[in-house]
Design a protein around this ligand. Structure first.
Ligand code: ZN
Length: 418
């Protein structure tokens, strides 16, 4: 028995949704903190390690909060569940269909580019390529209906692939949340009438099409506007914004490093000394950046007449617990991760440490505790030198958001004019 050699990816890509705003309420999407899928894909030219991080609307009351928007570009790499790229599958289909090549011949052609067995060539043709052409829509109608009802409509992605370069091209319309192919076909040319004919059936779907994602092919843009005039047609705007945001993201990364270092210099020793878990509350973090609700001013038993000295040296267990949580929370803030363009870790760390400082001050006003005072002072002196930079970054981030809104408005106007 030979052990197959492991596949090494040439490149790691984590895709994020191209849609930047919620198709229902228009507010900026937030990215989820998990990956919808993560796999190694063999393409004709290289091996990729690819993953997709979904986005959703931040407002719990909006129907968009139930949408898990994926990247159309990420989904266009390989079919759901397949570790071979669409380019490999379409190449197999093309050779089989057009040149009547046998699986053995196709395998011989492909073997220099991808690792695959002859039987798997047959499998990909029968089980992936043919169903792709046959369109899953009918088999998956119930699932689609469920998703569309739950999410208030469908977001679809369009893309084309040319096995030989140029024409013809195979085109697919996919439902973005499920990856189900609604329609696919070989198009001998890419002009407006051809695209209109190809997209026509979208008119008859019983669910609204919320948005259409595609590259900006000539012919495709007016065809989408004619067939589904009420949907949003979005291009790779997210990439554009991410490029625009790159200098800010870089500066923020440096800011984050410096800030963390300074905070560690000021309060690192204290944070390290603190026990990792609070008694009786293992792993539950009750103190977040906002004020937690069950905060009572600790009171001394009535039988004693406490002096300030007593309160200082013998804090009640409850107060000690709150402080322990606060220290633990502070420690966790020093490991925050960002997701540019809209979530910048440095800025967020600064803001949330400010909250901790403010919260410590509020607590101190109610009851003095030397560790708390030390934490407050340490954070204050660590944060103070960064205040100016933080202001500048905040301005940059605000501009970026404005740009995102302006781009959004331009697209809506452009669509309305056509
Ligand atoms: Zn929304």
């Amino acid at each position: 028995m030979r052990t197959p050699k492991p596949l090494y990816a040439h490149e790691r890509m984590i895709y994020q949704p191209e849609l930047l705003t919620c198709p229902h309420c228009g507010d900026l999407l937030v990215t989820c903190n998990y990956l919808a899928w993560d796999k190694t894909v063999q393409r004709l030219d290289r091996v990729l390690s690819v993953a997709s991080r979904p986005g959703r609307c931040p407002h719990a009351t909006c129907v968009g909060s139930r949408l898990r928007l994926l990247s159309a570009a990420g989904q266009g790499i390989a079919p759901a569940g397949s570790t071979y790229g669409y380019d490999v599958i379409v190449r197999i289909g093309w050779w089989r269909q057009e040149s009547r090549a046998t699986y053995r011949e196709i395998h011989a052609e492909l073997a220099s580019q991808v690792r695959i067995s002859e039987s798997h060539v047959g499998y990909l043709y029968q089980q992936v390529y043919l169903p792709l052409l046959a369109c899953h829509e009918r088999q998956h109608r119930d699932r689609l209906a469920q998703i569309a009802t739950q999410q208030g409509g469908l977001v679809v992605a369009l893309d084309g692939l040319a096995p030989q370069g140029g024409e013809p091209q195979i085109w697919c319309i996919r439902a973005l949340s499920s990856g189900v192919t609604l329609r696919s076909g070989w198009l001998c040319q890419q002009d407006q009438p051809t695209f209109e004919a190809f997209l026509e059936p979208l008119k008859h779907l019983e669910w609204p099409i919320l948005a259409v994602l595609s590259d900006k092919q000539t012919g495709l843009v007016p065809a989408v506007a004619t067939v589904v005039p009420h949907s949003r047609h979005q291009f790779c705007q997210a990439h554009y914004l991410r490029n625009l945001a790159a200098p800010l993201a870089e500066a923020d990364a440096a800011f984050k490093r410096e800030l963390r270092q300074t905070v560690r210099e000021q309060v690192g020793d204290m944070l390290r000394q603190e026990p990792r878990t609070a008694p009786g509350h293992t792993g539950v973090l009750t103190v977040t950046g906002l004020l937690p609700s069950p905060l009572e001013t600790p009171t001394a038993p009535a039988s004693q007449s406490p002096s300030p000295r007593d309160t200082l040296t013998a804090p009640e267990p409850k107060a000690a617990e709150v402080i322990t949580h606060l220290f633990r929370h502070t420690r966790s803030l020093l490991t925050l991760k960002g997701r540019p363009p809209f979530r910048l870790a440095g800025m967020e760390t600064y803001e949330r440490l400010q909250n901790v400082a403010q919260y410590s001050l509020d607590l101190l006003a109610k009851r003095y505790d030397p560790r708390l005072a030390q934490l407050y002072q340490g954070l204050q002196s660590a944060l103070a030198p960064f205040a100016q930079t933080y202001q500048t970054f905040q301005q940059g981030a605000a501009w970026l958001r404005d740009i995102a809104y302006i781009l959004e408005a331009i697209q809506k106007q452009g669509l309305a004019k056509q």
